[in-house]
Design a protein around this ligand. Structure first.
Ligand code: LEU
Length: 85
């Protein structure tokens, strides 16, 4: 398991979609990347698990809580992710 952090700068769209969350009993993971988008440029991978959004632990967040936390970010978005690769 490789855990890494990325800071995307600027403004949305950040170029990824999420799936899962506490309310789905599924880990919050990246389900899709926009080719050439900010997340893809930062080497985020589909399937990576979102551990934290900014300073907030994301492991117990519902899907909508995570989306809202991401939407609150302005200027930059820091994510901590874990990859199985
Ligand atoms: N689809 C949004 C974006 O690319 C992120 C989502 C998780 C709120 O900015």
């Amino acid at each position: 398991m490789n855990t890494y952090s990325v800071t995307l700068s600027g403004s949305p769209p950040w170029g990824f979609r999420l799936q899962g969350g506490k309310d789905f009993n599924m880990p919050l993971t990246v389900s899709r990347l926009t080719p050439g988008g900010k997340a893809a440029q930062a080497a985020i991978d589909v399937g990576d698990w979102v551990v934290a959004i900014g300073d907030a632990n994301a492991e117990e967040m519902t899907h909508v809580e995570a989306q809202n936390k991401i939407r609150e970010a302005s200027g930059s978005l820091t994510l901590t992710l874990s990859s199985l690769k």
